[in-house]
Each structure stands twice: as structure tokens, then as C-alpha cells.
Design a protein around this ligand. Structure first.
Ligand code: AMP
Length: 220
């Protein structure tokens, strides 16, 4: 599981894990963004809530997560990113895991300061076809041609909530609602912390190490 503030690099690291370990990446943000495209009441509700930077109702996420995790491809492990987002969801996740017979696994916290995140948010671009993530303000992460994906040639877009105003709401929500789950997982002794102010390669190396060692006990 990844816990991190918005734009800390969870999505990028998840892509690298998928490539190396061949396990699925389950992101509630991605699932919700897909549903938000639907021309329905729920689609509209999700679009507006996500764009504002607030959290969607807990109950919506429970159904999505349990259905997704119960599929065959999750039986050998998965990366979960964006869920749980508050203490209620963390407790519900315990119940979902119990019903599915899964272990909590390793929880990785990517820490990074607010100013760096703000800078990243405004430059972040995603490929609408393959989901690759770029940053036009970071030389090493910029696409070769602005607005075109290096990997598949797809068009790059900016997320509706990647603006300063939504970021401030998302960051505040993270501090108020998501940070309490860090304590919850520290107490369960499954949490490992990584400094997110580092290169993509260095962060991934640390994640590989955590996975291979399988250490779970950072806060004794
Ligand atoms: P993310 O892609 O993880 O940054 O999520 C984008 C947005 O999706 C969030 O700001 C929320 O509006 C919504 N979202 C994602 N995961 C959850 C969740 N577990 N609970 C409630 N809302 C969520």
C-alpha cells in the first residue's frame, strides 16, 4: 500500500512496480476518474467531487475496492494506492482483507514537503492512452515533445484537480484525514517511510529493497 500526499510520486512508482513484479496497480483515483466520465448522476457527482479536491463518499469506494480486489489478478498481490484515505476506510479495509483472506502486506509512506508538491502539481501531465506520467517543469521527467507521450504517442492532458486551488484542498484533506492512518499502520508495525524528495530511480531502489527484505518494522 502507498500512502502519500497528492503528487508525491505514488503513481510513477506504482508503474515501476507493475513492470518489475507483474502485479496489478489498484488506484481508487484512477477508478473514480473512469466513472466520472459516465453521463450519469454518480458520474457527475464523482467528477465534481474529484475536481474540487474533496473525498467522495466512503461507501462508494468500499464497493469498488472489494469488487476489484476479489478479481483473479489480485490473488498474488497488488499495489493499492489512494485507499484507505481516512481512519474509517482503514478499518473497513481490514474487514475487506479478512473477507478476502488477504494479508495487509507492506505500507509505504512517501513523505514530501508542501512546497515541492505544489511545484509538481502544476507541471504534471498524463497520457490519455497509456497513463504514463510526466512533468513539464522537471527536465528529467519532461516529455520530449510537450503534450505528446514518449512511449505511445498519445495526447497528454492535465488532471482537472491538478491546479493550485484543488491542490490546497487535497493537501488539507491529506493532513486532516489521511495522516491519522499513518499512526494506525505504525501501531500495526507494517509501515516503512521513504523520503519523496529524491529521484524516481532512488525512490524505486528503496522500494525494491523494502519489498525484497520484507522488513515491516520501522518504528519499534
Ligand atoms: P488520487 O488519484 O489518489 O490523487 O485521487 C484523486 C481524487 O479521487 C481524490 O482527491 C478524491 O476526490 C478521490 N479519491 C481517490 N481515492 C479516494 C478514496 N479512497 N476515498 C475518497 N475519495 C477518493
Amino acid at each position: 500500500m502507498f500512502i502519500a500526499p497528492p503528487a508525491a510520486g505514488k503513481g510513477t512508482q506504482a508503474e515501476l512496480i507493475v513492470e518489475k513484479y507483474h502485479i496489478p496497480h489498484i488506484s481508487t483515483g484512477d477508478i473514480l476518474r473512469e466513472i466520472s466520465k459516465e453521463d450519469s448522476e454518480i458520474g457527475k457527482y464523482i467528477y465534481e467531487t474529484v475536481a474540487s479536491g474533496n473525498l467522495v463518499k466512503d461507501e462508494i469506494t468500499y464497493q469498488l475496492i472489494e469488487e476489484r480486489l476479489s478479481r483473479e489478478d489480485c490473488k498474488n498481490g497488488y499495489i493499492i494506492d489512494g485507499f484507505p484515505r481516512n481512519l474509517e476506510q482503514a478499518k473497513e479495509y481490514d474487514k475487506i482483507l479478512k473477507r478476502l483472506g488477504y494479508d495487509i502486506g507492506i505500507v509505504i509512506l512517501i513523505s514530501i514537503d508542501e512546497k515541492s508538491l505544489e511545484k509538481r502539481i502544476v507541471g504534471r501531465r498524463l497520457c490519455e492512452d497509456c497513463g504514463a506520467i510526466y512533468n513539464i517543469n522537471e527536465k528529467e521527467n519532461a516529455p520530449q515533445i510537450e503534450s505528446i507521450c514518449d512511449i505511445c504517442g498519445g495526447k497528454l492532458f492535465q488532471r482537472a484537480d491538478d491546479n493550485i486551488e484543488s491542490f490546497q484542498t487535497r493537501y488539507k484533506t491529506y493532513i486532516e484525514k489521511t495522516e491519522p492512518i499513518i499512526k494506525y499502520y505504525k501501531e500495526k508495525k507494517v509501515l516503512k517511510e521513504i523520503d519523496g524528495n529524491d529521484t524516481i530511480e532512488n525512490i524505486f531502489r528503496k522500494i525494491e529493497n523494502i519489498i525484497s527484505v520484507g522488513e515491516k518494522n520501522d518504528y519499534d
